[in-house]
Design a binder for this molecule. Structure first.
Ligand code: FAD
Length: 349
């Protein structure tokens, strides 16, 4: 391996792309097999579709758990993973992947963070969840400076006038947080917000205390002054147009999965899915595995429980290559080795 070219890269045995249920459980199984793994996800939090698309809806078909919300499943998977102290690199999209030699891969990310790893598990679901952008011609030139999607940067000056656009719980949380330091205007095109975990009265108290102004309007354009964004052209529900002064725009109007760079990683693809061997979940490139919603094989079902099964068998195959001394199948109920790794003493009922 040409060491110099990769001197800044983080080395790990296995790299998991995607912190959805399949990726998180793959990391757990690798932990039991004493394979050191790291996880990358483009979102700021783990959980994939469960956390992003149905955080509060109940899942009824997980084995042994009669009902559990998307967020609760995410939290339980993270809790189960704790003993292994796995690094999860959030807000990082894997952009490129190349094979260095028979035993190593190089992975490049949107954060200029590079990895060298021996095995890769792609657990990318339906693709990277990226924020939907506002369709205002020219606005993109302010992205990363005065316009941000999904998350507000910590660098906003206290005196700045911040506009938040969106309707959901995530927006509410951003507005509440931002309003502790800034003057915030929360804009959405409908009167009704789409709150699940919060009540409209929670917002009323922020508005009442003068921290937040709530406006029902569409953002139709923006104004600039000396090369900086200075305001937003609004059309309100009465058909009135006016300009609202503002320095920063944080928009959160949902995420959409984009397959993006995965299609260019040199893997065989079938209708945006990665074909795998159904016994090991290895792809057509030895050393690269695909588990969860991203893969396809005869009989495939896009279910969480199938992702868990696939993650387990992929981990075992990786373990057989990287840690051949651990070939024997051990049970967490009875193996003192596994209990030691988990930091538990066997508790029988
Ligand atoms: C509304 C709804 C309800 C559902 N209900 C159920 C149910 O009741 N029972 C059930 O079994 N299943 C259900 N499902 C399906 C289930 O959510 C999926 O099968 C499961 O989430 C797939 O998990 P995953 O880990 O493969 O992928 P995902 O959950 O999609 O996670 C993939 C992760 O990879 C990240 N990622 C992708 N590409 C990159 C990249 N290049 N770089 C960095 N990160 C990347 C994404 O940001 C994402 O976080 C439901 C799905 C939906 C949409």
């Amino acid at each position: 391996m040409a060491e110099n070219r990769y001197s800044d890269a983080t080395h790990c045995q296995a790299l998991i792309i995607g912190a959805g249920p399949a990726g998180l459980f793959a990391a757990f199984q690798l932990g039991l097999l004493e394979v050191k793994a790291q996880i990358i996800d483009c979102l700021p939090k783990a959980g994939g579709q469960c956390a992003q698309l149905y955080p509060d809806k109940l899942i009824y078909d997980l084995p042994g758990i009669p009902a559990c919300s998307g967020l609760e499943l995410r939290d339980r998977l993270l809790q189960q993973l704790e003993p292994f102290h796995i690094s999860i690199h959030y807000k990082t999209q894997v952009t490129a992947l190349e094979q260095i030699d028979a035993a190593h891969f190089y992975v490049k990310t949107s954060q200029a963070h590079e990895f060298i790893c021996q095995k890769i598990i792609i657990a990318a679901g339906t693709g990277a969840f990226l924020p939907k952008k506002l369709k205002l011609p020219g606005l993109e030139q302010y992205e990363g400076k005065q316009v941000f999607y999904f998350e507000a940067p910590s660098s906003i000056p206290e005196s700045a006038r911040v506009v938040v656009y969106g309707a959901d719980d995530h927006c509410f949380e951003m507005v509440r947080e931002l309003s502790t330091k800034h003057s915030v205007t929360w804009i959405y095109r409908r009167d009704e917000l789409e709150l699940v975990r919060y009540n409209p009265s929670d917002l009323d108290s922020l508005v009442h205390h003068g921290q937040v102004q709530r406006i029902t309007a569409q953002i139709r354009g923006f104004t600039c002054n000396e090369g900086r964004l200075s305001g937003f052209e609004l059309l309100d529900s009465q058909g009135e147009e006016y300009v609202l002064p503002g320095d920063y725009l944080i928009a959160s109007t949902g995420l959409s999965p984009q397959l993006g760079p995965i299609a260019h990683w040199g893997l065989a693809m079938q209708q945006k899915l990665i074909p795998v061997h159904p016994g090991t979940f290895v792809t057509d490139i030895p050393g690269i595995y695909a588990v969860g919603d991203i893969n396809t094989y005869v009989g495939k079902k896009k279910l969480i429980v199938c992702g868990f099964h696939e993650a387990s068998l992929a981990a075992y195959d990786i373990g057989s290559h990287l840690n051949p001394s651990r070939q024997e199948l051990l049970y967490t109920t009875s193996s003192s080795k596994l209990q030691e790794l988990l930091g538990v003493k066997n508790r029988s009922h």
